[in-house]
Design a binder for this molecule. Structure first.
Ligand code: ASP
Ligand code: MG
Length: 429
C-alpha cells in the first residue's frame, strides 16, 4: 500500500527543516511513499510580491528577485556544504527560466495566467532541492513533475481538476513503484490542456496530496505540520487550545467552511469518497499520536471548536418601497452576490430586512453597497468579528462575548455564531 505525505512550507523553511524531513522519512523505509512538498517557507508570498513589482515596474524588482534566489542558495549551501556547486548550478536554471516569464509578451497575457506561471516556481524549486537532498542521503526516489499528472482546466489561480484525465495518468504511476520507493512531487500545481501551468488555490498542496491518494487508492494521507495535530482553535488567538484526536470528514468540512484554516477545504472530498484517513502529525514531535480525520464521528462533539473571522462587514438590506423580504427579493440579492463571487458567512431574515455577514473586501464592498443602495435601504457595520463555536453546549460562551457589542447571533443544534464589535461603533447608513 502507498502512503501520501504532504510537507508544507514550514516543514521545509530552512536547511534544518529539510534535514528533519529526511530524518522522518528514515522511519518509513519499508513503505512506498508519494511525497508532496510546498514552496519553502514564505516563498509563495515572495513570488506574489515579485510579480506585483514586475507589473508596477517597481525599482526593487532585482532586490526582490535576488532575495528569493539567495534564500534558496543559502539552504543549499547549508545542506550540501562543499558538494553544493552542482546543485546551485541547476538552481540557476530555474531562476533563468522564471525571469523569462517577465518579458513584455508574457506580461501582456492574462494576469491570472501569469500568476500561475510565476508562483509555481516555489514548488518546482522546493521539490528540486528536497530531491537533491534525499538523493544525497541515499534515499531511493524519483522526482516527478505534478504537471504531468494533475490535469486541470484553465481557471488560473483556482484551477479545477479534470478527474478522468488525472486518474488515468496517475494510475500509471502504480506500476512504477518498486517497493519501497519514494515518488517526490510538487503540491499546488497542475497543467491545463494548453500545457500552461495552473495552480489550485493558495494552500492547495493539501489538495494535491488528496488527489494522489484518491487516484492511487492510498492507505492514508499524512500532513506534517508544526502543530501537534488539529487544534480546537487557533493558538495565536486562544489560550489553552485542545488537540482533537479524531473527527469525521463532515466535521472537518464544517470546520473549514466556518473558516478554520486547518486544511485546504477541497482536500476532504476525494478522501471521503474512498474512505482514506487523513492524519495530521507534528514534524517537530513525530512520536506524538496524530489527529485523524476519517469516517468515525464518535468524537465530533466531545470538544467545542472556536473559529474567528475578522474584518467582517454586516449588511442589512430593506426594500425601499416597504415590500416584504420575500423569496423573489432574496433571489435577486443572492443572484447579485453570486455574480460578484461574494460568499455569505451568515444570514438572517425578517419580514422587511435581510442581514448578511461577509468578508470585507476593499473595492468590492463599496461597489456592492452602492449597487444595493439603488433598491434597498442599506445599513452596515464594518470591522466586525464573526465567532463560530461548534458544539457550543460544552463551551463557556459568556467568557467570549463579555464586554462585546453583539450585533447578530444565531444558534443551531451544533453551531453558535456571533457577529460582534470589540467596542460599540455607531451603525452607518
Ligand atoms: N505554496 C502554496 C501556498 O503557500 C501552496 C501550499 O503551501 O499549500 O499557498
Ligand atoms: Mg503553505
Amino acid at each position: 500500500m502507498i502512503k501520501v505525505f504532504k510537507f508544507g512550507g514550514a516543514s521545509v523553511k530552512n536547511a534544518e527543516a529539510v534535514r528533519n524531513l529526511s530524518q522522518i522519512l528514515k522511519q518509513f523505509s519499508d513503505t512506498s511513499l508519494v511525497i508532496v512538498v510546498s514552496a519553502m517557507g514564505k516563498t509563495t508570498n515572495a513570488l506574489e510580491k515579485l510579480l506585483e513589482a514586475v507589473r508596477e515596474k517597481a525599482s526593487d524588482f532585482e532586490v526582490q528577485f535576488y532575495q528569493i534566489k539567495d534564500f534558496h542558495v543559502q539552504i543549499i549551501d547549508e545542506l550540501f556544504a562543499e558538494s553544493s556547486e552542482s546543485v546551485k548550478r541547476e538552481l540557476e536554471t530555474y531562476f533563468i527560466s522564471l525571469r523569462k516569464h517577465f518579458t513584455e509578451a508574457e506580461l501582456n497575457c492574462s494576469i491570472d495566467k501569469l500568476y500561475d506561471q510565476t508562483v509555481s516556481y516555489g514548488e518546482l524549486i522546493s521539490s528540486f532541492i528536497v530531491f537533491e537532498w534525499l538523493k544525497f542521503q541515499q534515499f531511493k526516489l524519483r522526482l516527478i513533475d505534478a504537471r504531468e499528472f494533475i490535469m486541470t482546466d484553465q481557471n488560473y489561480r483556482s484551477a479545477n481538476i479534470l478527474w478522468d484525465e488525472t486518474s488515468k495518468r496517475t494510475e500509471t504511476l502504480k506500476a512504477d513503484f518498486t517497493i519501497p520507493q519514494i515518488m517526490l512531487t510538487q503540491g499546488f500545481i497542475g497543467s491545463a490542456p494548453d500545457h500552461s501551468t495552473t495552480t489550485l488555490g493558495r494552500e492547495g498542496s493539501d489538495f494535491t496530496a488528496a488527489i494522489f491518494a484518491y487516484c492511487l487508492n492510498a492507505e492514508e494521507v499524512i500532513i506534517w505540520k508544526d502543530v501537534p495535530g488539529l487544534l480546537n482553535a487557533d493558538p495565536k488567538r486562544f489560550a489553552n487550545t485542545v488537540k482533537l484526536n479524531g473527527i469525521s470528514y463532515s466535521e472537518a468540512i464544517e470546520l473549514a467552511y466556518y473558516g478554520a484554516t486547518i486544511i485546504h477545504p477541497k482536500t476532504i472530498k476525494p478522501l471521503q469518497n474512498k474512505g482514506i484517513p487523513l492524519k495530521i502529525k507534528s514534524f517537530l514531535e513525530p512520536e506524538l499520536l496524530p489527529s485523524v480525520i476519517s469516517e468515525n464521528n464518535s468524537f465530533d462533539s466531545s470538544v467545542p471548536s472556536y473559529i474567528i473571522k475578522d474584518n467582517q462587514l454586516l449588511l442589512s438590506l430593506s426594500p425601499r418601497d416597504f415590500s416584504f423580504m420575500d423569496e423573489g427579493c432574496l433571489h435577486t440579492i443572492f443572484g447579485l452576490l453570486n455574480d460578484w463571487h461574494i460568499h455569505v458567512n451568515l444570514l438572517q431574515t425578517s419580514a422587511l430586512s435581510l442581514s448578511i455577514c461577509v468578508d470585507s473586501k476593499t473595492g468590492l464592498s463599496e461597489k456592492m453597497l452602492e449597487l444595493f443602495g439603488n433598491d434597498f435601504i442599506v445599513k452596515y457595520n464594518q470591522g466586525l468579528t464573526l465567532l463560530t463555536i461548534r458544539h457550543y453546549q460544552k463551551a463557556p460562551v459568556e467568557s467570549f462575548t463579555h464586554g462585546k457589542t453583539i450585533l447578530l447571533e444565531q444558534r443551531s443544534r451544533t453551531t453558535l455564531q456571533f457577529v460582534y464589535a470589540e467596542d460599540s461603533k455607531p451603525q452607518k447608513q
